[in-house]
Design a binder for this molecule. Structure first.
Ligand SMILES: [Zn+2]
Length: 502
């Protein structure tokens, strides 16, 4: 007999429907899986057989063929296990097709018959929109973010009992403790750092990538950690996008509901290229740049990252997506992050802030690594001085709270949206002409910077976008004045901080 059961597979962050066809016939006992399964999917055979037998159902010593349709699509992972087992039970008349047909199945099977969670439940559910999803009990909270009608079971026996109507669908135990979203570190803890605080606010408001240079202990990491707290809450569309990516990486804390705050990722420079960019297994998993999408990616010690990593950042920084391919498969993952990076001025880290022990060759080599296109992506490049002791010991009161800055950022972003972009970073030449007209003074200022070679053409355009963000933060309309443009040029670090411009 032939049984057809619905399931789904995930490539990148996209779910694809899969029809699992199980055919049981007379003949030499064997169990074959066809239809482009990857290695872990092929191993389903052994898990399904053991799970069915451990759950005290009958395993027919017959010729069993499982076809995964459409056959042109690669099936990855173990999420089709449950659909195969259900198909097997239907094809051998141990379960009625009437009770299984309107459901879609998505879980890995343990040898003992338990249903185990799988990564990527949220995108997989997109492919099961016409049926009621059945998942492992451990995946149920996640599935219900998207599908409140989803049901789950702890093992195959429990599932069959619920399908037959002998038992109600089990509910997961309540979460142990109310899981709270991690509180973001507050800007009010930061003493001094007037320029860096301003740069963080501009970065958050305009989506401008930020590079900080300074000696160790100057507070670069502490500042970077506070950037994400300045971003507005995620809207529902963004929250779903963030959840899908984190679901595929098994990093979604679904008990807490949809995330409301943007993600913050700070990978170490020893992370592999696959961990950073994504790919790897045949599932084409998201890397750090996709996990940071919608939020902040912090790269500490940017100069220590391998050149191949820095090269690989160029496309995502330009297009806000990353293209991954493996064999014939090609996926596009979101990579729309705000980049904040920190670097020491030289290998010993002291630079012009103290007695540097590096040779000129060492310094030149160090700076060359950061040169070129990646450096060009930072609209804001600031030096971070070690905090002035008097400001640390000063009045004891920090600066403004993150929430106050966040409301200015939200207002500035609303002005950008009125221009048809989500942040001013996305404005290019023509749009800048339209939305960021220059006053006569500002025009003269940029001309003289260009004539003296202190700004490139591109640098001048980027400074104009930053000046527009400064005006948005101040709530000012009309042509950009010279003061604001000068402020934007100095935040760009050309040439006030020559150590950043090799
Ligand atoms: Zn040095």
């Amino acid at each position: 007999m032939l049984a057809k059961v619905r399931s789904a597979t995930v490539l990148g962050v996209e779910g694809h429907p899969v029809r699992v066809e199980v055919h049981v016939a007379q003949g030499l006992p064997c169990f074959t899986v066809v239809g482009l399964p990857d290695a872990s999917c092929r191993e389903s055979r052994d898990r399904v057989r053991a799970a069915v037998q451990s759950s005290k159902f009958t395993w027919q010593q017959q010729r069993i063929t499982v076809n995964l349709a459409p056959t042109s699509l690669r099936k990855v992972g173990s999420g089709l296990d449950l659909a195969m087992a259900v198909g097997m039970l239907v094809a051998t008349h141990q379960l009625s097709e009437r009770v299984t047909a309107h459901l879609g199945y998505l879980a890995e099977l343990g040898l003992d018959g338990s249903l185990r969670p799988v990564p990527g439940v949220l995108p997989a559910l997109d492919a099961l929109s016409e049926v009621r999803p059945v998942v492992a009990l451990a995946n149920l909270a996640e599935a219900r973010l998207l599908r409140p009608d989803a049901v789950g079971a702890a093992d195959l026996r429990e599932l069959v009992a619920a399908l037959r109507g002998d038992e109600p669908w089990p509910e997961p135990p309540p979460p142990h403790a109310p899981s709270l979203a991690p509180a973001h570190k507050d800007l009010s803890d930061v003493q001094g750092h007037v320029i860096a605080r301003a740069a963080l606010e501009v970065a958050a408001a305009g989506g401008h990538h930020l590079l900080m240079s300074g000696p160790p202990g100057a507070g670069k990491t502490m500042l970077a950690e506070r950037l994400v707290g300045l971003l507005p809450d995620l809207d529902e569309r963004r929250a779903m996008q963030v959840s899908r990516v984190h679901s595929v990486a098994s990093q979604l804390r679904a008990e807490a509901g949809l995330p409301t705050r943007p993600p913050y990722r700070a990978p170490h420079h020893t992370a592999s290229l696959v961990a950073m960019i994504g790919g790897g297994s045949s599932m084409l998993r998201p890397g750090e740049i996709s996990l940071a999408s919608g939020g902040v990616l912090f790269l500490d010690e940017l100069g220590e990252f391998p050149v191949a990593h820095l090269e690989a950042f160029r496309q995502p920084l330009e297009h806000a997506v990353v293209h991954l391919s493996r064999a014939q498969h090609h996926v596009v993952l979101p990579a729309d992050f705000l980049l904040v990076a920190a670097t020491n001025p030289c290998p010993c880290g002291v630079g012009e802030w103290g007695a540097c022990t590096c040779s000129p060759t060492q310094v030149a080599r160090y700076r060359r690594r950061l040169s070129g296109p990646i450096l060009d992506r930072f609209d804001l490049r600031i030096g971070v001085d070690p905090p002035d002791p008097t400001s640390v010991l000063g009045t004891g009161s920090g600066g403004e709270r993150s929430s106050a800055v966040r409301s200015r950022v939200a207002a500035a972003r609303a002005r950008a949206r009125a221009r048809g972009v989500s942040t001013n970073r996305q404005l290019d030449g023509e749009q800048l002409d339209l939305h960021a007209p220059l006053s006569d003074g500002a025009r003269r200022l940029l001309r003289s910077h260009l004539a003296e070679g202190r700004l490139s053409m591109r640098g001048a355009q980027r400074a104009r976008a930053v000046a527009l963000t400064l005006a948005d933060l101040a709530g000012v309309d009309g042509p950009l004045d010279a003061d604001r443009v000068e402020q934007a040029v100095s935040l760009r670090g050309e040439p006030a901080r020559p150590e950043l411009v090799p």
